[in-house]
Design a protein around this ligand. Structure first.
Ligand code: OGA
Ligand code: NI
Length: 361
């Protein structure tokens, strides 16, 4: 794992939105995937997609077993009756739509660097010559408070202060939802309700938000909106556009396109949960395909452990037959992987795995 300081991007940053709006007919070479990664863009109804698990958070105790099954089988589920006000969700989406509609120069004022990723970005990782994703984003810190810097959050000409308040309120509500989900995950593993929250470092958790913007792509069959990856943190709560599909999840050796339910959030298991549960729950590999006809916006809230808390398999899930698969490491250390390498399938969490052969996992 490189611990070099990540200060600058290795190449000048090109905004995908600017490329897209320039009306070019072909994607530049730097976005073209090798054959093995080319997306399949079939529009047919996928049988597996129809069985994607949905957990009703308003249905009481039944949710525990549903979460257990979803996490073992898929590494993700959609939640409905989650209690987040739909009006707030709509306002949050509108803030980000408006941000990406600002003129390029206005957005450039928020240009980010790989040191913190905070702000307006168009690439993940600092590998020179890496194949790029067909998407721009805005990344910001919500928790811990000491990392939050609202000065760097976007100011919109039309609703100025209100936009920051909306983003804050959305973040607060989603963090609350994540806390509920962490308890549910604990119970679903047969553990004490507060076991996972405690393993995450109690109240000092981390939360970040990434608004992803995928502009129209002239050749979606050659590029990807977001490369295959697993999320490095604990859980991700994703708001995906139910009108523009794009998210695909890995199910065995296939990619399944997710059709989000209107009003639902998608919950994705991240690498820290895989490490803590000794791979009883595995993080989900996922990616985003590009779209020729429609732009797409998604909001990903990443909920992660206290950054200097040591993560290692929880002793309840370590047995003689299933010894600890991962060495202890803090999330700060782990995150450097991702910040330097960018999205790389599940190679980062796999590389941690101790050199044993675990046939059963
Ligand atoms: C992410 C992510 C999926 C999407 O931001 O990590 O996987 O649909 N996003 O944008
Ligand atoms: Ni992701």
């Amino acid at each position: 794992m490189g611990s070099a300081q990540l200060v600058e991007w290795p190449e000048p940053i090109v905004r995908v939105q600017a490329l897209s709006e320039s009306g070019l007919a072909a994607v530049p070479a730097s976005y073209i995937r090798p054959q093995a990664e080319l997306p399949s863009l079939s529009t047919g109804v996928d049988a597996a997609a129809a069985s994607i698990p949905v957990v009703d958070l308003g249905a009481g105790g039944a949710a525990v077993a549903e979460v257990a099954e979803a996490c073992r089988e898929w590494g993700f589920f959609q939640v409905i009756n989650h209690g987040v006000d739909p009006g707030l969700v709509e306002r949050a989406v509108e803030v980000w739509r408006e941000f990406f509609r600002l003129p390029l120069e206005a957005k450039q004022a928020y240009a980010n660097s790989p040191a913190t990723y905070e702000g307006y970005g168009s690439r993940l990782g600092v590998d020179k010559g890496a194949i790029l994703d067909w998407g721009d984003y805005f990344f910001l810190y919500l928790l811990p408070e000491k990392f939050k810097n609202q000065e760097k959050w976007p100011v919109l000409p039309t609703n100025h202060q209100q936009s920051k308040e909306t983003v804050q309120e959305y973040g607060d509500e989603l963090v609350k939802l994540c806390k509920r989900l962490m308890k549910l995950l604990s119970l679903s593993l047969g553990l004490d309700v507060d076991r996972l929250p405690a393993a995450f470092g109690g109240d000092d958790v981390g939360a970040t938000l990434r608004a992803n913007y995928y502009p129209k792509c002239p050749q979606p069959e050659l590029a990807l909106g977001l490369s295959a990856h697993s999320d490095p943190g604990g859980i991700t709560v994703l708001l995906a556009d139910d009108a523009v599909k794009g998210l695909q999840i890995r199910k065995g050796d296939r990619w399944v396109t997710v059709q989000p339910l209107p009003g639902a959030f998608i919950v994705i298991i991240g690498d820290q949960i895989q490490i803590l549960t000794n791979a009883v729950y595995k993080s989900l590999e996922h990616r985003v395909v590009a779209n020729a006809e429609k732009e797409r916006l998604s909001l990903a809230l990443f909920y992660s452990p206290k950054s200097d808390e040591v993560m290692a398999p929880m002793e309840e899930l370590v047995t003689a037959e299933r010894p600890a698969m991962y060495p202890p490491m803090t999330f700060d250390e782990y995150r450097l992987f991702v910040r330097s390498e960018g999205p790389k399938g599940k190679s980062q969490v796999k590389s941690l795995q101790k050199n044993h052969t675990y046939v059963r996992c």
